[in-house]
Design a protein around this ligand. Sequence first.
Ligand code: DX5
Ligand code: ZN
Length: 218
Amino acid sequence: MNQVQISVSLLAADFARLGEEIKAVEPFIDMIHIDVMDGHFVPNLSMGAPVIEKLRSWTKLPFDVHLMIAPADPFLKDFAKAGANILTVHPEAGPHVYRTLQEIKHLGCKAGIALNPGTPVEVIHPLFDIVDLILVMTVNPGFGGQSFLMSGLTKIRDVRTLIDESGRDIQLEVDGGITPQTAPQVIEAGANILVAGTAIFKGNDYAKNIQDLRGKHG
Ligand code: DX5
Ligand code: ZN
């Protein structure tokens, strides 16, 4: 398997200094995870394409954009133009998820599908020929700083088996409650991208926080 990658969630960063926060973690991470929330699909609001567009000049690292919005389709183009590299949608966000993934690819982005804690793995079976990334949520989406749901480990294992059987190069990302304690468990279960916000943007030694997350996998 590839080396484990860290995608830092800006949700836990200082929103008044997002560019500087990116610069502070940039040398130690692989991607920037940007949580887009609409106050409707999830009970919280965060940021939209104009903010992403402004952040694009601060780093060359890939922007891993997690869309917690419904519908997502009318906004895909804006996020692609703003500089997203990966666009991940939830299957509950619209009636035609395959078409949504096709549109994301057409826009030149990698296409991701996110599974909520209550969403069965079967949802991704028909998507294996198109999807580039599967995001397993280990908290209910909407807020940072929540506790990791252990039931996610079984789901990560099941998704890992399906990816390996598919023979395709599909990333397995895990999002929610990732700490130095839970990171080794999700890696063991088969994840290769870890999203982390709270565990990284705490105190002032971000480099050490990230090293603690990587553990022996760094
Ligand atoms: C939650 C978001 C996560 C969140 C993770 O809806 O999708 O990306 O920022 O935050 P932590 O690392 O604090 O669990
Ligand atoms: Zn996220």
